[in-house]
Ligand binder design. Structure first.
Ligand code: SR1
Ligand code: MG
Length: 400
């Protein structure tokens, strides 16, 4: 079976059955599709003993829009390859790839069904003690090891060309940096936000900062990014954190992944205002989210400096003064990208369930106003944030 065709449950089951010994599965097998993401098909195949695996297949179009938005199948190769490279560095926090077939645009992955999707769990007010440290360590360690501090220039250039990923980068370039700041049919916001959106669009300082962030996204191959670290790309329980879904992976600015993650925690923070009625319970959840952000930024900052001071191979970049400067610039970028994530998830094409599932229209609107305000302020003030401490000072001033 080498010619690409879109799988249904039967085809997925047959494919897995043909390789069953590889996954230690015993017949009879059972299969169903349960993907609810924006882009792909996701099947679970389980056996008579209760063992199971996940088969993920890329569709030749964006699932959330339909066949009118064609999309490269090569994203399946990118995703499996990023998982393998990140998995070598951070096996504990990266979902395991069991099998990869680039022609069929499919990947077989370990089943993480015993864990929860972070977005769903946060929306149910669940908290996870290891989450922020795990994600910060994952992002710091993978980004350091695929940066110029470690890779030879030749290896780095060869990897950059392996992970160009132009079509998925174009989605990010447009959805993060173009659409929200212009009139575009893909944008999605209630008419009641029009005045606020127009104010964002006519803010020349904001547009300048967004243009700088886009330019950096386009032209700064600093490391092999995941490219889409939102809370739907993370599985969790009390002891485990696993990152999935890096089909947007490419060599880009290190602060992008960190900013996306923090942005999603902030989206949840704002949404909790309308989700949790009881004031003490809401305060508890929001305090947890802020402490996650603080711990994540601090762990990232310290880990990156420690790694760079101890393990940099490049004779010039390993200068402690440069390392200090460079980590500061990552934090600054992360603050800016975090702001763009808040804005695009509020008024752009791809929203988050945290906000969209708030039933009360007025409450939902108030949350959207809040995320737009925080997003805008983070973008405008990112140049004053070159450390965790400065970033937390800014954030706390915006949230109180
Ligand atoms: C058309 S894809 C929309 C969004 O879903 C993905 O998960 C990315 O976040 C992308 O921006
Ligand atoms: Mg995804």
């Amino acid at each position: 079976m080498t010619q690409y065709s879109v799988f249904d449950s039967e085809k997925a089951l047959d494919y897995v059955a043909s390789l069953a010994p590889l996954f230690n599965l015993q017949a009879p097998l059972n299969c169903y599709e349960f993907g609810d993401g924006n882009l792909n098909l996701v099947f679970r195949v389980s056996d008579s003993t209760g063992r199971s695996i996940i088969l993920k297949q890329a569709l030749p179009y964006a699932r959330c829009v339909g066949e009118s938005w064609p999309l490269t199948l090569d994203r399946a190769r990118i995703e499996a390859s990023v998982l393998k490279l990140h998995g070598v560095i951070c096996p504990e926090t990266t979902v395991k790839v069991l099998h990869q077939n680039n022609q069929l645009a499919l990947t077989i992955l370990e089943d993480l069904g015993q864990l929860a999707i972070l977005r769903t769990a946060l929306n149910n007010s669940e908290t996870f003690p290891k989450l922020s440290k795990d994600i910060a360590t994952h992002l710091a360690t993978t980004s350091f090891n695929y940066s110029d501090f470690v890779l030879t220039p030749a290896k780095k250039k060869s990897l950059v060309s392996e992970f160009l990923n132009p079509e998925l980068c174009a989605i990010t370039e447009e959805l993060f940096f173009d659409d929200p700041y212009h009139q575009h049919e893909r944008n999605n916001f209630p008419i009641t936000l029009t005045e606020r959106v127009n104010a964002l669009r006519s803010n020349t300082h904001l547009r300048l900062e967004v243009a700088k962030l886009k330019a950096k996204f386009l032209s700064s191959p600093q490391t092999l990014l995941h490219g889409d670290v939102h809370t739907g790309s993370i599985f969790v329980d009390a002891n485990t954190t696993k990152v999935i879904d890096p089909e947007f992976g490419f060599f880009g600015p290190i602060g992008f992944d960190l900013g996306s993650f923090v942005g999603n925690l902030l989206l949840n923070y704002c949404a909790q205002q309308a989700r949790i009625e009881s004031l003490p319970q809401r305060r508890q959840m929001q305090t947890y989210l802020i402490s996650c952000i603080a711990e994540c930024l601090l762990t990232f900052e310290q880990s990156w400096k420690d790694l760079a001071n101890a393990h940099s191979l490049d004779v010039t970049l390993r200068d402690p003064v440069y390392i200090e400067y460079f980590v500061g610039s990552i934090i600054q970028d992360a603050v800016g990208y975090c702001g763009t994530e808040l804005i695009r998830r509020t008024i752009g094409l791809a929203h988050v369930a945290d906000i969209d599932n708030i039933e009360d229209e007025q409450a939902r609107l108030a949350v959207a106003q809040h995320t737009l305000f925080i997003g805008e302020q983070l973008i405008l003030n990112s140049s004053s944030c070159t450390s965790q401490k400065q970033t937390m000072q800014l954030l706390l001033s915006l949230l109180n």
